[in-house]
Write a protein of this length. Structure first.
Length: 288
């Protein structure tokens, strides 16, 4: 009986919300993780460091979740943002090409300005609003130019267990009765990291290289998302303050309507992410 060779993986950015989920869930999806690096052990901005790490482990696939993600700070620290989000991914792609490893590189919904009324698919032109989005566009282009065996996967509004970002803390804060200030105007698709990992594991087994969107289907505001969670776990939503976008005093502009269409995953038969409501219910169950 013919069986496909086992996939061995290296994870970069292993301490972030997405990296933690990759480390936890890839093994159950049939992908052996042979190394997982945070910035301290493998800074992707250092070409020799990332090349040495991949040459020593020789993985069949690399998942690059390492990134500069402070959207507001990026406005005053643009070179550091580009170093992490553009030069770093280029280094990873070059190292992958040297060892012959496939690459899954993660990008963002912030490559768009959010002014389009329909969801953005992979064929819509990019139009980033700030330094963070521009740096991620640069990373996408450098990765694609450097290594043909790459999957560039755009994600957005990610949350997950142990995450240190606002979306990942909403459920715990509601359970503790803490106050929550949430955007009531901007639209997004809150996306649990686990279905993203599952979709990317399926991509990793394929030869369908290219650009993909991987977010939950549907849209909501963060305030309405918090109200949804409160209702499903049976707690009062009185502690949720729904604020207009302008009241949040954010330095960098954000997309008004950051909704992605998983067109290419759907055409490949790999869009298993479901709706943001389905994902939220799965997340609540997983945290019980």
């Amino acid at each position: 009986m013919n069986t496909a060779p086992a996939l061995t993986a290296v994870i970069l950015g292993a301490q972030g919300t997405l990296g933690r989920s990759l480390l936890e869930h890839l093994p159950r999806l049939g992908i052996e993780v042979i190394a997982a690096h945070a910035r301290a052990t493998c800074d992707i901005a250092n070409h020799s460091m990332i090349e040495g790490a991949l040459l020593s482990s020789r993985p069949s696939i690399v998942f690059n979740a390492a990134a500069y993600t402070n959207v507001d700070k990026a406005e005053d620290d643009e070179d550091a943002c580009y170093l992490a989000n553009a030069v770093g991914p280029e280094n990873v792609a070059l190292a992958c090409s040297r060892v012959g490893a496939k690459l899954v590189h993660f990008s963002t919904d912030f490559v768009f300005d959010g002014e389009q009324e329909r969801p953005y698919d992979e064929f819509d032109p990019v139009s980033p609003l700030g330094a963070y989005g521009r740096s991620k566009v640069a990373g996408e282009r450098l990765v694609s130019a450097c290594w043909a065996q790459s999957f560039v996967v755009r994600v957005g509004c990610l949350y997950g267990h142990g995450g240190k970002n606002f979306p990942s803390t909403i459920l715990d804060r509601l359970k503790r009765g803490e106050s929550i200030k949430a955007d009531a105007e901007r639209k997004g698709s809150p996306t649990w990291v686990v279905p993203v990992v599952e979709a990317c594991a399926a991509l990793a087994r394929s030869e369908w290289f290219g650009l993909y969107h991987a977010t939950a289907n549907g849209e909501t505001t963060w305030a309405d998302y918090a109200h949804f969670l409160a209702d499903k776990i049976g707690v009062s939503a009185n502690n949720v303050s729904a604020l207009p976008y302008g009241a949040l005093s954010l330095k960098a502009a954000r997309p008004r309507r950051s909704i992605l269409d998983n067109r290419m995953l759907r055409l490949r038969g790999l869009d298993t992410l479901g709706t943001w409501q389905d994902q939220a219910l799965r997340y609540i169950e997983a945290q019980a």
